[in-house]
Design a binder for this molecule. Structure first.
Ligand code: SIN
Length: 536
């Protein structure tokens, strides 16, 4: 590419302004680095603000409150939920760092429910103890985002809003040299920096119905692949069991937090029968993949559109869950009196850009943290409310790692002058229809291949300039990555349910799928030991 229409320099460019990006940016700035945060929309437009349930963490006061919780128990639950693919070493490190990360967030001004000395806790699917701290009842993400943005303001953090990252710039040796961005009119800017951190969030935009906001268009997967980094475990897209069902609605579906079930709400099908009885010993509080699959099977068996979540027995339910109550009220449902129509929707990517627990990718100078990354914490199915925790922990660790990496002598080299190449850009409506049909809960080889063909047929070669084109190009590459990984895993595990391979296969017990892009733009799918995920 040629130099942008404007240029600036930084030590660290953070792409994304959610929990991981802001945590990293604040920590790096406090370590004396010159940091620029780039975000394609408003700073609070990402997924963090929509997180409801809370943060899973074993705080010091948990022992006195619960008498039986521990980081080891949290690890055991994480491993059990993850379907045999969690990297136990990485998970142990991240979970053990959780209490300090939450303390640091509270020091930034985040306020959680309950007395400060003994926060209130709830439970979600797959947790053996009440360890999910929450804010504003069910508005935890909104409070996290508010607190981090306010801390950024106080710290004078530079946030470049309305600029979409179009390319991670690398030198001839493959090391990172900066980031190219484009504003709303497609004008290019160039941030020269020896370190770039991707914290771009998720991939819900690959599907017609998702709990994610519109900005979740897999941008980080595409940026990382094109910079030479690998993805792993991307077939494991987690569907949240209970998104609010509204007939004919597409796009963002309001979340109906799992914490409602933690407080006593129950799932029933349209005949009034329990959805999870006999499916799992934890019933409605089974891990998320189990509940989402059970609901999908029941919906299919009965030929209906949704099941019911009955929260009428939860004490003071509208006050405890004001966000859910408001979403329900908007479709004429009274959470305190009526059952709520729910069905699964695309929610979270358990896989992503391969990193270690410091966010380091295989590309020198490139870090990734939060949902975009794959540290090994989530395996084949993320344990509820481990995601905000991972963003806090790995965001901070990545900042420390960048500071360490930049501490030695360095020189800021110019990025290579390369000519940007046209890439396949699909019509996102066609792409979403194909993935919704063939890559949701229940996939098979024929459907995955047909979806890949449909995405290819809907693609043209283009040089993306506008934000919409850049997003479409990212969705296109991400769709092919996901479909290829899902096609390669010939078994059912966690969120990856293959109807043509319904059993879990020991052969895949420790194997992570990996996806990489070669210099000619071709995707390559392989496997690696899940404990390492191909990390640097
Ligand atoms: C929820 O509140 O049910 C979602 C929390 C999460 O995705 O971890």
């Amino acid at each position: 590419m040629s130099a942008g229409e404007w240029e600036t320099t930084a030590d660290l460019v953070v792409v994304g302004s959610g929990v991981a990006g802001l945590t990293a940016a604040l920590a790096a700035q406090r370590r004396g680095l010159r940091v620029v945060v780039v975000t394609k929309d408003a700073p609070d437009a990402g997924s963090t603000r929509w997180a409801q349930g809370g943060i899973a963490v074993v705080l010091g006061d948990a022992v006195s409150q619960e008498g039986n919780d521990s980081v080891d128990a949290h690890l055991t639950d994480t491993l059990a939920a993850g379907g045999g693919l969690v990297d136990a070493g990485a998970a142990a490190e991240i979970l053990a760092a959780g209490p300090a990360a939450v303390a640091a967030l509270r020091a930034e001004g985040a306020v959680f429910d309950g007395p400060a000395a003994r926060l209130a806790r709830t439970r979600e699917g797959g947790h053996s103890a009440l360890r999910v701290v929450h804010a504003g009842g069910d508005a935890t993400g909104a409070e996290v985002e508010r607190a981090l943005l306010a801390a950024g303001d106080r710290a004078g953090l530079t946030v470049l809003a309305g600029h979409a990252a179009s390319s991670v710039l690398t030198g001839p040796d493959g090391t990172v040299r900066g980031l190219e961005v484009r504003d709303a009119d497609g004008r290019a800017g160039w941030l020269a920096a020896p370190a770039v951190l991707l914290a771009t969030g998720g991939v819900g935009g690959l599907y017609e119905t998702t709990t994610n906001p519109d900005v979740a268009t897999a941008d980080g997967w595409a940026l990382a692949l094109r910079a030479g980094a690998a993805l792993a475990d991307v077939e494991f897209v987690q569907f949240h069991p209970t998104a609010l069902y509204t007939p004919r609605a597409h796009g963002r579906a309001p979340l109906v937090t799992e914490a409602l079930r933690g407080e006593g709400a129950v799932l029933r099908d349209t005949t009034g029968a329990s959805v999870t009885a006999g499916v799992h010993p934890l019933g409605d509080l089974a891990p998320r993949d189990v509940v989402a699959t059970a609901i999908t099977r029941r919906i299919t068996a009965l030929g209906v559109d949704h099941v019911w979540l009955d929260a009428t027995g939860v004490p003071d339910v509208a006050a405890r869950f004001p966000t859910v109550a408001a979403s329900c009220a908007a479709i004429g449902v009274d959470l305190a009196r009526d059952p709520v129509p729910v069905r699964p929707a695309a929610h979270y990517s358990c896989g992503g850009v391969v990193t270690d627990t410091h966010g380091r990718t295989g590309v020198p100078g490139l870090w990734a943290a939060g949902e975009v990354a794959r540290t090994g914490l989530h395996g084949a199915n993320r344990l509820a409310s481990n995601s905000l925790l991972e963003g806090l922990v790995v965001g901070r660790r990545a900042a420390d790692d960048v500071a360490r990496a930049l501490a030695g002598p360095r020189r800021l080299a110019e990025p290579t002058e390369t000519r940007a190449r046209p890439v396949p850009v699909a019509d996102r409506a066609v792409l979403r229809a194909a993935l919704t049909r063939s890559a949701g809960i229940g996939r098979d080889a024929a459907g995955l291949a047909a979806a890949s063909d449909a995405v290819e047929a809907a693609s043209t070669l283009r040089l993306p300039v506008t934000r919409a084109e850049t997003e479409d190009a990212a969705l296109t590459l991400a769709a092919h990555a996901l479909l290829a990984a899902a096609g390669s895993r010939t078994e059912t595990r966690g969120c990856h349910v293959r109807t043509d391979h319904p059993a879990t296969d020991e052969h895949w017990q420790r194997a992570s799928s990996t996806v990489a892009l070669d210099a000619d733009g071709r995707l390559h799918v392989g496997t690696t030991d899940a404990r390492h995920g191909g990390a640097a």
